[in-house]
Design a protein around this ligand. Structure first.
Ligand code: SF4
Length: 354
C-alpha cells in the first residue's frame, strides 16, 4: 500500500505526514488493519525498539473540581461514584510511589484535580517530589496539576520535577463542546510554560468524545506543533454521572487506527497508552503495544486498570520488554533538545497552532 510505505518513510525521517495521509489512516478498512499496525510498528521499533515504559499514577487530590470538563468524573456536579479527598501527605505519596517503582514503573505521575495549583499547592507538591526522590533517586516525576500561573513551572522544576503533563484533549474547534470553564489556548499556554521552564512536556488527547476524524487529526497536529516528549492517548471511559455517560463510540479497531495515526504524526515521541485501554481495546491491547511504547501500570485516576501482573504478562507474551531504569526512554536528539530548551528559557518560538 503506497500510503503506508510513504508514512513509514516519513516516520523514520521524523517528517510530518500531510493531513490527508493522517485522515487516510483513520479511514482504512478492517481488512487493512494489520497492515496499518505493522507499518506504524516499524516506526515505533525504529525509535523505541521493543521497550515498554511503565508509568504509575498517584492521585494526590481527587474530586471536587470547580471546572466542567464533560469527560471527567471529578468535574463540578459529577455524580460519578469516585473517591474524593484532599492532598495526600508527602510520606503517603512516597509510599504509593514505592508500590509503583517495585512493580517496574520508571515514572510516577503526581496528579491533582482542580483548575490549577495555588502557590501553597506547589509547595506541597514540591515536598512530595522531595520525599519521592529521597527514596527513589532514579524515578522520573511528572506533575499534573492543571493550568499553571507565572513562575510555577520553574518552581516545580527547581523542586526536582522532570516533566509536566497537561493534555490538549481535543481539537481547538470542539474544545468549547467539552468544557466551558477554560479553553484550548489556556491548555497550550501551560504546556509552553512547562517547556520554557525546561520540563519535559507530556500532552495528549482523549478519543471517543463524539469527535470527527478531522478533530482527531487537528489535535494530533496541534500536539506535533508543540512537540511534547510524551503523548498520552486516552480512550473515553464514559462514566455514569457525567455528560458523556453512554458515549460508547469506539471499537478496538478504531482505537488501533487512532494510535497508528498518532505514531505516524509524532513518530519519535513517547506514545503512551493511557486511560480506557482496557474497556475500549479489550482483547486487542497486545496489538496496541506495536504502536505505543509506554503504558500506565495498574489503576487510573478514578477507575481500576487491570492488575499490574496481567500487564507484565501481556508485555512478555506480546514479545516486548519492560524498559529498565538505566535506559533513556527518548531518542538522543530529544534529550539534547531538552537541554537546549532549558538554555533558551523564555521566548522559545511558539508552535504553529498557538
Ligand atoms: S479534567 Fe481536571 S480540570 Fe477538568 S474537571 Fe477534571 S479534574 Fe477538573
Amino acid at each position: 500500500m503506497d500510503l503506508l510505505n510513504t508514512l513509514v518513510d516519513k516516520g523514520l525521517r521524523r517528517e510530518l505526514p500531510t493531513r490527508d495521509e493522517a485522515l487516510a489512516v483513520l479511514a482504512t478498512a478492517d481488512d487493512e488493519l494489520l497492515d496499518v499496525v505493522a507499518a506504524a510498528g516499524k516506526v515505533r521499533r525504529h525509535w523505541f525498539g521493543r521497550r515498554v515504559k511503565l508509568n504509575y499514577l498517584i492521585n494526590l487530590k481527587s474530586g471536587l473540581c470547580p471546572e466542567d470538563c464533560s469527560y471527567c468524573s471529578q468535574r463540578l456536579g459529577s455524580k460519578a461514584e469516585i473517591l474524593k479527598y484532599t492532598w495526600l501527605k508527602p510520606d503517603e505519596a512516597a509510599q504509593a510511589a514505592t508500590a509503583g517503582v517495585t512493580g517496574g514503573a520508571k515514572r510516577v505521575c503526581l496528579v491533582a484535580s482542580g483548575r490549577g495549583p495555588t502557590d501553597r499547592d506547589v509547595d506541597r507538591v514540591s515536598e512530595t517530589i522531595a520525599a519521592i526522590k529521597g527514596e527513589h533517586g532514579d524515578v522520573e516525576v511528572c506533575a499534573c496539576l492543571g493550568l499553571l500561573s507565572d513562575g510555577q513551572a520553574g518552581r516545580l522544576k527547581d523542586a526536582g520535577a522532570d516533566a509536566y503533563n497537561h493534555n490538549l484533549n481535543t481539537s481547538e474547534s470542539t474544545y468549547k463542546d467539552i468544557c466551558t470553564t477554560h479553553d484550548y489556548a489556556d491548555r497550550v499556554e501551560t504546556v509552553q510554560q512547562a517547556q520554557q521552564a525546561g520540563l519535559s512536556a507530556c500532552s495528549g488527547l482523549i478519543a471517543g468524545m463524539g469527535e470527527s476524524d478531522e478533530d482527531l487529526v487537528d489535535v494530533v497536529f496541534g500536539l506535533r506543533g508543540m512537540d511534547p516528549d510524551s503523548v498520552p492517548v486516552n480512550f473515553l471511559i464514559p462514566f455514569e454521572g457525567t455528560p458523556l455517560a453512554g458515549e460508547w463510540n469506539l471499537t478496538p479497531q478504531r482505537c488501533l487506527r487512532i494510535l497508528a495515526m498518532v505514531r505516524f504524526v509524532c513518530p519519535d515521541a513517547e506514545v503512551r497508552l493511557a486511560g480506557g485501554r482496557e474497556v475500549q481495546l479489550r482483547s486487542m491491547q497486545p496489538l496496541a503495544l506495536h504502536l505505543a511504547n509506554s503504558i500506565f501500570l495498574g489503576d487510573y485516576l478514578t477507575s481500576e486498570g487491570q492488575a499490574g501482573k496481567a500487564d507484565l504478562e501481556m508485555i512478555a507474551d506480546a514479545g516486548f520488554e519492560v524498559e529498565g531504569a538505566d535506559t533513556t526512554t527518548l531518542p538522543e536528539h530529544r534529550t539534547d533538545g531538552l537541554v537546549s530548551v532549558r538554555r533558551r528559557g523564555a521566548g522559545t518560538e511558539l508552535p504553529p497552532n498557538a
